[in-house]
Design a protein around this ligand. Structure first.
Ligand SMILES: [Fe+2]
Ligand SMILES: [Fe+2]
Length: 214
């Protein structure tokens, strides 16, 4: 383990080692690191030309503020967001920890790498045109091996078969779940879905042209 990752992992452990619930969260962050490294190696350098260190740091930090309460999170964000931004953030309590983590890792750990910061910020909703690191953390968060929600095996299987198709299926399932529950759907998730759906369709079309189908 490199010195920087080692230092950061220790800090995260100190923050998440005081009770069973937090220890479970720490374990999840480690599992995200493992899954992200596995997917990098599975798809190789062509798809994920990313430094191992960056993957590990983004993975271990993505839920850095998961143990902050909703009230604390809103209070903390008044420092960074204007009223509109704050109101938007309050609409999606399950997403707010990615915004607080984006700021707090800069303050407490001096993280300045834009790619790592964006991977943390977008790990819940995704974002159109993500960097490979953002995509990797977004997907690994949902399919790491200790996840047990309904349908996870199918999502994981598809991610292993074809990264982008698997990711699109994963977002589709999320949207379906949110609609069924009648919960708030973050516009960013829909934008992400549309962006990657178009990307896959265009890629298929191009492949068809190359094969002389069109
Ligand atoms: Fe999270
Ligand atoms: Fe997570």
């Amino acid at each position: 383990m490199s010195a920087q990752y080692c230092r950061i992992r220790k800090k995260v452990y100190e923050k998440f080692s005081h009770n069973a619930e937090d220890l479970k969260r720490f374990n999840h962050m480690e599992e995200v690191v493992k899954m992200a490294l596995y997917l990098k190696d599975r798809y190789g350098e062509d798809k994920f030309d990313i430094d191992y260190e960056k993957i590990k740091i983004a993975g271990i930090l993505h839920d850095y503020t998961k143990n902050m309460s909703f009230e604390e999170a809103v209070e903390y964000l008044t420092k960074y967001l204007n009223n509109d931004g704050l109101e938007e953030a309050k609409k999606a309590p399950s997403v707010i920890h990615s915004i607080t983590a984006y700021y707090l890792v800069q303050e407490e750990l001096g993280i300045a790498d834009e790619e790592i910061l964006k991977a943390i910020l977008h790990h819940t909703t995704g974002s159109p045109n993500m960097s490979p690191l953002e995509e990797l953390i977004f997907v690994s968060d949902a399919v790491e091996l200790t996840r047990t929600y309904e349908g996870v095996e199918e999502i994981r299987k598809r991610v292993y078969e074809d990264f982008y198709k698997g990711m699109l299926y994963m977002i589709e399932q999320t949207l379906k779940h949110l609609k069924e529950k009648g919960w708030y759907i973050n516009p960013k998730t829909i934008e992400t879905y549309e962006y990657y759906k178009n990307m896959i369709e265009n890629k298929n079309k191009k492949q068809g042209e190359n094969n002389g189908i069109y």
